[in-house]
Design a protein around this ligand. Structure first.
Ligand SMILES: [Zn+2]
Length: 122
């Protein structure tokens, strides 16, 4: 049963520059696995996740180094995130709230090692 109340996480507007090296730990690995095999893909329209809707825009991290197709992902029953989430987890970890990290750790189980291209700053 789909959870109608999904929380949108990792929609950050980082204020600090990205870290020089990516943080690769359980959180990064869980997001890598979840983003490669999301439950659903779609877009957020007026605050609501709409499956199978793809916009032509793109997400750009405020650091300017990561640009991804504008796509949102349901990564668990209760969590929606975006295509820049992995970049945030790897390069802007200090700006992610403890609550968000806890939600992800709790919701996701599978882990996958991110490849260089998964993490590459574009
Ligand atoms: Zn960034």
């Amino acid at each position: 049963m789909e959870n109608p109340i999904a929380i949108q996480i990792l929609y950050l507007q980082p204020k600090l520059p990205p870290s020089e090296r990516p943080t690769i730990d359980s959180l990064t690995r869980k997001l890598t696995a979840a983003l490669k095999n999301p439950k659903e893909q779609g877009s957020i329209v007026n605050g609501t996740f709409v499956p199978n809707l793809y916009s032509l825009g793109c997400y750009k991290c405020t650091c300017g180094k990561a640009i991804y197709a504008s796509q949102d992902f349901r990564i668990s029953d209760g969590l929606i995130t975006n295509s820049v989430a992995l970049h945030y987890a790897a390069y802007h970890r200090c700006e992610i709230s403890k609550e968000e990290i806890f939600s992800i750790e709790l919701a996701l189980e599978n882990e996958e090692e991110p490849s260089y291209s998964d993490l590459e700053l574009q």
